[in-house]
Write a protein that binds this ligand. Structure first.
Ligand code: NAD
Ligand code: UFG
Length: 337
């Protein structure tokens, strides 16, 4: 089978490419490189011995995308903007890239008679927890424009399936993907100051920042700091291969990809310090606006439908992040992103 991967040159996409190539799929990556890297695509050959076709293009360029996906059997749709804070500042960019871009993709798929889709959604669609762990039936009440774009897209996919029951759609709701490929050749190297915890901690360990700001230690959690469900990027990527395999019958199914285990900010600091042998100085600062105290997945549906569960530990996540971070210190920055 040949898989068309929008956003395949980004952090999550490149790791999915590795797993697909290693499983024997052919792949076409379609990415506008706004936050992706051609070098990371080249690293796929080093890791897997196989190559991915890269077509540079925007998902809002429907004609180009339609041409690019000709002959493919299924689509994994990752392309989009993903920064919560930026989405509050620039909501129109987010609705345009994420929602308009997805409409173009779905029309291009229809034109090519491709009706098999795995979509990257996010746990952010749940909003403030009414009940934990988050199961797929939890109310959907995102609290920021980024999350709202994901919910709008999910709703479009549900409506599309109801209009034409030939579609085979899995909506994957990711929890907190972290880590890097164990080779250290691909990973997450955000431009500028990282928004997310794990890349920031990695940069503190690498000496790029003096200390970590811990956003609040007065949450109702065991140590007062925020708790999240961190999932190793390789586990997450393997979940996509399982999702493709599960799409033998028409459906539109949302599925959580998480471990079911929550860890606090201070748990991560401690684990990363152990994995890297570096001290991670931190300071407690006020809460970050919009943050939720605690959330983690109910991963049982993924186990049931995809026959998948996460297998890597927090120590694996920290070790592989540090391995990647250590390599980008001494090779050109472009190797990561
Ligand atoms: P990323 O920014 O590394 O990858 C996204 C890729 O999409 C980039 O390579 C970028 O160049 C490309 N892209 C963006 N807009 C495009 C457009 N209009 N046309 C073509 N290509 C475009 O982000 P990521 O972390 O790999 O996330 C991938 C997907 O997973 C996104 O949809 C994101 O919302 C979702 N997601 C990510 C997280 C996370 O924590 N990383 C969590 C939940 C969901
Ligand atoms: N945190 C700090 N200091 C930092 C960064 C984060 O203390 O410098 C804390 C946060 O307050 C939170 C935890 O670390 O308690 C995790 O924060 P992240 O920013 O790493 O992750 P979030 O859960 O806030 O959000 C991420 C993505 C969202 C996505 C969500 C679920 O940014 O887009 O995971 O997938 F929706």
């Amino acid at each position: 089978m040949k898989i068309f991967i929008t956003g395949g040159a980004g952090y999550i996409g490149t790791h999915i490419c590795v797993e697909l190539l290693q499983t024997g799929y052919d792949i076409v990556v379609y990415d506008n490189l706004s936050n992706g890297s051609t070098e990371a695509i080249h690293q796929l050959k080093t890791i897997t011995g196989k190559t991915a076709v890269l077509i540079i293009g925007d998902i809002r360029d429907e004609a180009r995308m339609s041409e690019a996906m000709r002959g493919c059997d299924a689509v994994i749709h990752l392309a989009g903007l993903k920064a919560v804070g930026e989405s509050v500042e620039k909501p129109l960019d987010y609705y345009d890239n994420n929602v308009h871009g997805t409409l173009c993709l779905l029309r291009a798929m229809q034109a090519n008679n491709i009706k098999t889709l795995v979509f990257s959604s996010s746990a952010t669609v749940y909003g403030d927890p009414v009940k934990l762990p988050f199961s797929e039936s939890h109310p959907l009440q995102p609290t920021n424009p980024y999350g709202k774009t994901k919910l709008v897209i999910e709703d479009i996919l549900r409506d599309l399936y109801h209009s034409d029951s030939k579609w085979k759609i899995v909506i994957l709701r990711y929890f907190n993907p972290v880590g890097a490929h164990p080779s250290g050749l691909i990973g997450e190297d955000p431009l500028g100051i990282p928004n997310n915890l794990m890349p920031f901690i990695a940069q503190v360990a690498a000496g790029k920042h003096k200390f970590l700001n811990v956003y609040g230690d007065d949450y109702p959690t065991p140590d007062g700091t925020g708790v999240r469900d961190y999932i190793h990027i390789v586990d997450l990527a393997q979940g996509h291969v399982k999702a493709l395999e599960a799409l033998s019958v028409p459906q539109c199914t949302p599925i959580n990809l998480g471990t079911g285990q929550g860890y606090s900010v201070l748990d991560l600091v401690k684990a990363f310090s152990n994995a890297s042998g570096k001290e991670i100085p931190y300071e407690i600062v006020p809460r970050r606006a919009g943050d939720i105290a605690e959330f983690y997945a109910d991963p049982s549906l993924a186990q049931k439908i995809l026959k998948w569960s996460a297998s890597k530990t927090l120590d694996d996540m920290c070790r592989d992040t540090w391995n990647f971070q250590s390599k980008i210190k001494c090779v050109p920055k472009s190797v990561g992103k």
